[in-house]
Design a binder for this molecule. Structure first.
Ligand code: MN
Length: 244
């Protein structure tokens, strides 16, 4: 793609000097100009559907919070991200961009993070209408016990770290050098970004921005976190854990 852009740029310059008119026909010049104007445009990112209804996570997360969070907050990150990538010279690949995000426009860091983090967050929750105890199974359950001694220890540490985040941010379970680790990021940063203090592959994600819980829980962030454990989608976490 870059090579083609470079080529059209050069041809375009030749055209301006008038030299190109001696080398190619008018028809050819028209085609070149049209292609040059079309140049490269990033595909618009769109809001992913929730994998359940807005009220499906009740009573742990209320319908109004889910509706506003998804249709207003998540949508706003996507709108601003689309604006930020619209004039980029290269094809924008969200996860790739995180590797060098420290050099990118801050709007891409904030809104690209917003898009990635929320897309993951929705998938990592699932309805639990019967309020049955929600425990991990399979490999991730084994690895949690291996790296945190017990599920209870893991839950306690994750809950503490999430509760203590100052201001807005996210709490994560990540895989780092083959081990599970709990980490937090400020704002919309995530562990795939080069700016993250702890880098790794996300397996669990918890949104600690007030917009994620304030309508139902107000200042009681700990209650939001304690209730969130009921709706963690451990099957999705297992899938992420086993992915490359
Ligand atoms: Mn959010």
């Amino acid at each position: 793609m870059n090579d083609r852009r470079e080529f059209f740029k050069k041809i375009g310059l030749l055209g301006l000097t008038g030299i190109a008119t001696k080398l190619v026909s008018n028809e050819q010049l028209n085609v070149i100009e049209q292609l040059g104007e079309q140049s490269f445009q990033n595909t618009k990112i769109t809001l992913p559907n929730l994998p359940y209804a807005y009220n499906a996570l009740e009573p742990f997360i209320d319908e109004q919070t889910m509706t506003i969070h998804h249709t207003k907050h998540h949508q706003a990150y996507i709108d601003k991200l689309n604006k930020a990538i619209e004039n980029l010279a290269d094809k924008f690949v969200l996860e790739e961009s995180f590797k060098t995000i420290s050099k990118a426009d801050i709007a891409i860091r904030n809104n690209g993070g917003g898009q990635y983090n929320h897309s993951l967050f929705w998938q990592l929750m699932k309805p639990n209408p019967t309020s049955k105890e929600n425990l991990p199974t399979k490999k991730i359950a084994e690895s949690i016990i291996r790296d945190f001694n017990s599920f209870e220890n893991f839950k306690k540490e994750f809950t503490e770290k999430a509760t203590k985040i100052f201001g807005s941010g996210w709490c994560w379970l990540i895989v780092q050098d083959g081990k599970l680790k709990i980490t937090t990021t400020p704002n919309q940063d995530n562990p795939l970004m080069d700016v993250a203090a702890e880098k790794g592959k996300p397996v669990l994600a918890l949104d600690i921005w007030e917009h994620a819980y304030y309508l139902k829980y107000q200042n009681k962030r700990a209650d939001y976190i304690n209730n969130w454990w009921n709706i963690v989608n451990w099957e999705k976490a297992e899938e992420l854990y086993n992915s490359k």
